[in-house]
Write a protein that binds this ligand. Structure first.
Ligand code: ADP
Ligand code: ASP
Ligand code: MG
Length: 406
């Protein structure tokens, strides 16, 4: 007998037929003698529709009320899943985040889980009951509903698995595992049997949607055994593991992309000490994250150009903040571009091998793709390119690093 967490994403609970299919898998685990907690997302499309309702209602909505609205999709699916399980003869009940409770901080819209009390759930496991937990939601210290950021049900599942000291956390989704890159864009993408926590973390934070970044952080910290697998097929999925569990390490194990970034260039800013601090200070105060940064050497003496990226959703605000301080910052012109994509190659093998970046630049150059900004870290190289080249770049890099499926 084992204790397991099974998480079903939006496409896996998109209608009653799929909920029944997911419930059949739950039933099989229960019949195998396991104690099961199920975490469900909202039905596919429902969260998006509610996000739109909120933004149509008010341009800058109160985030506490945003959470009340967008968390509701998970309430529906958890109730439906419990009903379907019961109708199959499996004792089950639903749990909202506040009922467990899953306590978070008060960062509404992207709250962090602080504590999960599992006593009641465990007691009911003892009575043979399945816990169906609404993903994505929690409760803050003031007693208000919070949500964990888009894709947050993954984090609900991993956090619950950690709190329950579960043997496994199975993430059922619409692909049968983690691939070398998004299989919906690159047909030759290959499914990975295993991926390290570190690489998965980098893949997720560079845009691979398959797991929410925070869920991977959480799994890494608490050594949760996460498996990503298909809710439609019975094939084995991808295990996220420690580095020493991987025998043969590829140089590059994955390629991720993110369309969520936008580029800002400040032309002809004074080339003096303190200028960068002056520019990035106000952005930080406005809670705008800056990702890639490059300062160009300008031909003109005493002046330079500064290029950086911010989240696409924050572009308008960032431009406003900077323009309102143009006199103080002394730049001559501000240009912004939302039609960019960040493409990243990732692999722990990079730590011990040179030339990965060079290979990337060559592959892009051969396809006539201009690189606008570059940034690197220990296990990844990222470039910013024009959005129209996303597919061409992904396919080209996938081939160049020898990742194509046979
Ligand atoms: P769910 O609703 O089950 O949470 P998501 O849409 O959040 O599913 O995540 C699954 C999607 O992630 C896949 O449909 C796929 O298009 C995308 N994806 C991006 N990169 C990868 C990758 N490297 N491997 C697998 N899927 C990926
Ligand atoms: N329903 C939420 C979303 O669409 C959470 C999730 O699916 O993980 O972002
Ligand atoms: Mg998801």
């Amino acid at each position: 007998m084992a204790r397991i967490v099974m998480k079903f994403g939006g496409t896996s609970v998109a209608d009653l037929e799929r909920i029944r299919r997911a419930a059949t898998r739950v039933k099989a685990e229960v019949e195998a003698g396991n104690e099961v907690a199920v975490v469900v997302s909202a039905m596919a499309g429902v969260t998006n529709a509610m996000v739109k309702l909120v933004s149509d209602a008010a341009r800058l909505a109160d985030l506490r009320e945003y959470d009340v609205v967008v968390s509701s999709g998970e309430q529906v699916t958890s109730g439906l899943m419990a009903i379907v399980l019961q109708s199959m003869g499996v004792p089950a009940r639903s749990w909202m985040g506040w009922q467990i409770p899953i306590v978070t901080d008060d960062s509404h819209g992207s709250a962090r889980i602080e504590n999960i009390a599992v006593d009641d759930v465990v007691r009911r496991f003892g009575e043979g009951q399945v816990a169906v937990v609404a993903g994505f939601q929690g409760i803050d210290p003031a007693g208000r509903i919070t949500t964990l950021g888009r894709g947050g049900s993954d984090t609900s599942a991993v956090a619950l698995a950690a709190a329950l000291q579960a043997e496994r956390c199975d993430i059922y989704t619409d692909v049968d595992g983690v691939y070398t890159t998004d299989p919906r864009i690159v047909a030759k993408a290959r499914k990975l049997d295993r991926i390290t926590y570190e690489e998965m973390l980098e893949m997720a934070s560079q845009g691979a949607k398959v797991l929410q970044t925070r869920s991977v952080e959480m799994a890494m910290k608490h050594h949760v055994r996460v498996q990503v697998l298909s809710s439609f097929e019975n094939s084995p999925g991808t295990l996220v593991v420690d580095e020493d569990e991987i025998v043969e390490q590829a140089l590059v194990s994955g390629i991720a992309y993110s369309r969520d970034e936008a580029k800002i260039t400040l032309l002809r800013v004074p080339d003096q000490p303190g200028v960068a601090a002056k520019i990035f200070g106000p952005l930080a105060e406005a809670a705008i994250n800056v990702d890639m940064i490059v300062q160009n050497v300008s031909a003109e003496t005493g002046r330079t150009d500064l290029t950086f990226t911010v989240g696409k959703a924050e572009l308008e605000r960032a431009v406003q903040v900077l323009r309102s301080r143009q006199a103080e910052l002394k730049f001559e012109e501000l240009r912004s571009d939302a039609n960019v994509v960040k493409v990243s190659v990732i692999g722990v093998g990079m730590r011990s091998h040179a030339g990965v970046a060079q290979q990337m630049f060559t592959a892009l150059a051969e396809r006539g793709i201009n690189i606008q900004v570059i940034s690197t870290s220990e296990i990844k190289v990222s470039v910013l390119i024009a959005e129209e080249y996303t597919e061409l770049a992904l396919r080209g890099l996938h081939t160049a690093y020898g990742l194509d499926a046979a």
